[in-house]
Write a protein that binds this ligand. Structure first.
Ligand SMILES: [Zn+2]
Length: 434
């Protein structure tokens, strides 16, 4: 299989790491001079750009995370004046403000190179007709895939999302050979194409699937339903968009574009860097980005760096598939619990309580315990004990049916749960403190 930039993608590790070191040192200096938040964090750690000599010093640098983007909304983390920024993308999280990222011309160029490398590794060439069925707009998927396919010289169809009948007709009439979409939409299209008896009229050979986690079972089904090869592409807008890493023909892990991004796997609790092969939280540093660079950005995606070399010849390290999220997920007695689920129950219930709550997880006699403390409102507080008990037992029942787990519900007096500025500390996991 051809390789888009063999001199980089197959560079010997020693030279690659030297290149990473050189770029990291430059990026740290640049960000220290230009991004106030970063400079303050370095100063707090008594760290100067001169203390960073190579990638071996990466672990000394402060972490960054999604909250930083919200706190510095919209342009506070940019390292270039807006006159040099030629593109803005944004994504809305499940909570809070949307996050905003920017790109210079060079950034867009590097991005499209990443996607062109990916498409080439899937076997695509300039002879391909690429139907981009990711959303176009502030979401990075559509334009990211579009620019990469354009750079490779493919014929690009900017189909965007929605209107499945039109998508199918486009695919058949225009002779699309590559589909870029989310795996779930590809699966849906596969079923619809099958049902419409259009499958045999397709010229489709490959699908480039990303923007949500998916597994081998889904790959098998998509590949057999459409008689194509389906490849994974990974990215997130805070780092770049699609193309941070990509599978090769071996379909065994995603090669990280290491000349632009340094990946680390950390223990999400101790924050120590873990050796290759161990599962932990994926952390990225962007060493070539200009407008919106980040260092040690915590993705909250759980995965591992695969060990050993890849048969395709690329020397870029490979990350395994995303195995889960760390952000706020709690594992209690083996059950995955998201604080948002608890919040939803409380908000839905409403009556007699305030939206102030705290989730306390502990381990007693080797068994996890879950306690939900909720503040009563003044009315309930003034009511008799029986009414209070009735409400707490109702909340307990709702929680059990939603979580599949029993919780101790404690109604506490009004204004007794500590308020904090910014993000409320909703979860206290005492298991981690011990
Ligand atoms: Zn490979």
């Amino acid at each position: 299989m051809p390789i888009y930039e063999k001199n980089i993608e197959c560079l010997d590790r020693e030279s690659l790491e030297a290149l990473q070191s050189e770029r990291l040192v430059k990026q740290v200096k640049r960000m220290y001079e230009r991004v106030e938040v970063f400079r303050k964090r370095m100063d707090d750690l008594n760290l100067k750009p001169e203390d960073v000599h190579s990638i071996k010093d990466l672990h000394k640098l402060p972490f960054s995370n999604k909250q930083d983007l919200r706190d510095n909304y919209p342009y506070g983390l940019f390292a270039e004046p807006l006159e040099n920024v030629v593109r803005i993308h944004a994504s809305s999280g499940t909570t809070g403000k949307q996050i905003v990222v920017g790109y210079t011309k060079n950034d867009l160029d590097m991005w499209s190179t990443c996607v062109a490398r990916a498409l080439t590794s899937y076997g695509a060439t300039k002879n391909d007709i690429v139907q981009v069925s990711y959303g176009y707009g502030l979401f990075t998927g559509g334009l990211g895939a579009h620019d990469g396919a354009t750079k490779l010289g493919c014929t690009v169809i900017p189909a965007s999302t929605g209107n499945t009948v039109r998508q199918m007709n486009t695919m058949v009439d225009f002779g699309s050979t590559v589909l870029c979409s989310t795996p779930s939409y590809c699966m849906y299209l596969a079923e619809e194409l099958e049902a419409s008896n259009l499958k045999n009229s397709l010229k489709l050979k490959r699908a480039v699937l990303g923007a949500e986690p998916w597994g081998e079972e889904m790959r098998k089904q998509i590949e057999s339903k459409l008689s194509i090869k389906a490849y994974d592409i990974y990215g997130l807008s805070e780092i770049l968009g699609p193309g941070v890493s990509y599978e090769c023909e071996c379909q065994h892990g995603l090669h990280i574009n290491e000349d632009m991004f340094i990946a680390e796997i950390i223990d999400p609790i101790t924050l120590e860097v873990l050796p290759d092969g161990e599962v932990g939280e994926l952390v990225f540093s962007t060493i070539t980005k200009e407008a919106f660079p980040v260092l040690r950005y915590r993705t909250h995606d759980l995965c591992r760096i695969l060990t050993g070399t890849c048969k395709c010849g690329r020397t870029f390290k490979r990350m395994g598939r995303i195995e889960g999220r760390t952000d706020d997920m709690l594992i209690i007695r083996g059950v995955n619990v998201f604080p948002s689920q608890i919040e939803e129950v409380l908000l839905k219930y409403g009556q007699g309580i305030t939206p102030n709550y705290q989730i306390i997880v502990d381990r007693v006699n080797n068994t996890d315990t879950l306690e939900v403390k909720v503040e009563m409102n003044e009315n309930l507080f003034a009511d008799d004990v029986k009414s209070i008990e009735k409400i707490s037992s109702k909340i307990r029942d709702s929680l059990r049916s939603v979580l599949g787990l029993s919780a101790l519900v404690t109604l506490v007096n009004p204004k007794t749960i500590e308020r904090s500025e910014g993000k409320a500390k909703r979860v206290i996991d005492k298991r981690k403190i011990k």
